[in-house]
Design a protein around this ligand. Structure first.
Ligand SMILES: Nc1nc2c(ncn2[C@@H]2O[C@H](COP(=O)(O)OP(=O)(O)O)[C@@H](O)[C@H]2O)c(=O)[nH]1
Ligand SMILES: [Mg+2]
Length: 222
């Protein structure tokens, strides 16, 4: 299964105090990915240039599933690159920072962009990140829940720092995709949907042509 981690920020690197190029704090996409793939928090990351990549195996319903995750850059100048990754993704994590209302205010733009440039079945999870910074919270949890309800998204608050809900965010998104596969919503023969059935599974499906979708995903790489 392929995921895209999309930002909810449009901050260009800004020149502060005249000299040092400094960027405004980002929402934590790269930290979330590192916490999920490596189970660690690295406070200082280089600015993501274009798109970076991470992968991890998970088990759903007794089936081994490989998640491939594309970590996209938030800067406007990279937006055309970001867009090209939506199309091949089965799921997307749309991330804002609960301590910065501006990142919440940009959600609609990013959501429109993601929907417009992805396949219509893409599962989108809304993430309010940095939940450990309760004292600096600018966006209430109820606001995130309401936005998600209004737009048909799944929602969670996470902390890439403490690892709170990070596993759940990625795995619940994968489960939702898996359920859609089982319901026959995704065309699993079209890799452009971000799903690829592994060889072991493909062999099983030949032996049991009556099986549908995700039931055949065992042992394979999605
Ligand atoms: N307190 C806290 N800081 C975080 C969290 N996630 C990321 N950060 C910090 O936010 C900044 C931006 O993180 P980064 O992952 O590079 O953001 P990206 O630009 O969205 O990929 C870094 O200074 C991180 O240390 C979090 O859950 N809690
Ligand atoms: Mg980044």
């Amino acid at each position: 299964m392929r995921f895209a981690c999309c930002p909810s920020q449009t901050d260009p690197p800004c020149l502060c105090e005249g000299r040092e190029p400094k960027r405004k704090q980002s929402v934590g996409k790269s930290c979330l990915l590192l916490q999920f793939t490596d189970k660690r928090f690295q406070p200082v990351h280089d600015l993501t240039i274009g798109v970076e990549f991470g992968a991890r195996m998970i088990t759903i319903d007794g089936k081994q599933i490989k998640l491939q995750i594309w970590d996209t850059a938030g800067q406007e100048s990279f937006r055309s690159i970001t867009r090209s990754y939506y199309r091949g993704a089965a799921g997307a994590l749309l991330v804002y920072d609960i301590t910065r209302r501006d990142t919440f205010n940009h959600l609609t733009t990013w959501l429109e962009d993601a929907r417009q440039h992805s396949n219509s079945n893409m599962v989108i999870m809304l993430i309010g990140n940095k939940s450990d910074l309760e004292s600096r919270r600018e966006v209430k949890k109820e606001e995130g829940e309401a936005f998600a309800r209004e737009h048909g998204l799944i929602f969670m608050e996470t902390s890439a720092k403490t690892a709170s809900n990070v596993e759940e965010a990625f795995i619940n998104t994968a489960k939702e995709i898996y359920e859609k596969i089982q319901e026959g919503v995704f065309d699993i023969n079209n890799e452009a949907n971000g799903i690829k059935i592994g060889p072991q599974h493909a062999a099983t499906s030949t032996a049991h042509p009556g099986n549908q979708g995700g039931q055949q995903a065992g042992g394979g790489c999605c």
